[in-house]
Design a protein around this ligand. Structure first.
Ligand code: ZN
Length: 73
């Protein structure tokens, strides 16, 4: 059975455990959910993760992640 998920690194850490190691379905739909690879907590949508990746580390990215987490509890 093929593994349908892939890992990537986010500039901003998981709000729960601080890990930057994220996991997403390799289908890469914009509304795919991104989960923390360490604690399995929902982090944000794939499209939001791409936005954060483009943004790089910093307060803008932290704000994006914060917003994403509140929108999809
Ligand atoms: Zn985590």
């Amino acid at each position: 059975m093929p593994d349908l998920s892939e890992d990537f690194r986010l500039p901003v850490g998981c709000r729960n455990c601080g890990s930057h190691h994220m996991r997403v379905s390799e289908v890469h739909n914009p509304d795919d959910r991104v989960f923390c690879a360490s604690c399995n907590r929902y982090v944000c949508l794939y499209t939001e993760a791409m936005e954060i990746l483009n943004q790089g580390p910093g307060s803008e990215s932290e704000a994006l992640l914060e917003k994403a987490a509140h929108r999809h509890p």
